[in-house]
Design a protein around this ligand. Structure first.
Ligand SMILES: Cc1cc2nc3c(=O)[nH]c(=O)nc-3n(C[C@H](O)[C@H](O)[C@H](O)COP(=O)(O)O)c2cc1C
Length: 156
């Protein structure tokens, strides 16, 4: 079974979860890159506003064709209770190519469940399992067990 894990990250948290997922699940790992500088307060506010408006960022062409994979795992940070704008762009671009997708989201504290539902809605079908990681999970190390459970659920 060919697996692809795709994620966007601004400050490295979603990347850390994606790397652990990759270690546990195997497959290819790919980062979505966008063309914007997301550093600083102004960029933070713009990112928050654009995510709330459900805008799509301009992203660089990804190297792996998701249509060639049996399973694509897509991860996003939560921005304003929405998926990040680069991940929205990736899903919109590739939603007709996916065979099977599951999703994960990292957040400070709230908005992950709604974000994961929105990701399902873009792709037009229920995705199970789903994985939500909060800041407290990262701090306590609980995210590691959550990732392992997610992978076990995927494999049953
Ligand atoms: C523009 C912006 C908006 C955010 N909005 C939320 C939010 O609505 N709820 C939340 O819990 N965290 C929010 N966060 C925090 C991020 O979701 C969280 O820190 C995430 O794990 C960062 O992942 P990353 O390091 O991969 O970028 C926001 C962060 C940014 C940059």
């Amino acid at each position: 079974m060919k697996k692809l894990i795709v994620y966007y990250t601004r400050t490295g948290i979603t990347a850390e979860v994606a790397r652990l997922l990759n270690k546990e699940l195997g497959g290819e790992l790919e980062e979505i890159k966008d063309t914007r500088n997301r550093k600083g307060v102004l960029a933070y506010l713009q990112s928050a506003m654009e995510a709330a408006l459900k805008k799509q960022a301009k992203i660089l062409k990804t190297k792996n064709d998701p249509g060639e994979y049996d399973l694509v795992v897509v991860g996003t940070p939560v921005w304003s209770h929405n998926m990040s704008t680069p991940v929205r762009a990736y899903l919109e671009e590739n939603k007709t190519s996916f065979k099977n997708t599951v999703f994960f989201a990292t957040c400070g504290s709230t908005g992950a469940s709604k974000t994961l539902r929105d990701m399902e809605n873009i792709c037009g079908k229920k995705a199970r399992p789903l994985l939500e990681i909060k800041k407290t999970d990262m701090k306590s190390g609980k995210y590691q067990e959550k990732v392992k459970q997610f992978v076990r659920d995927l494999q049953t």
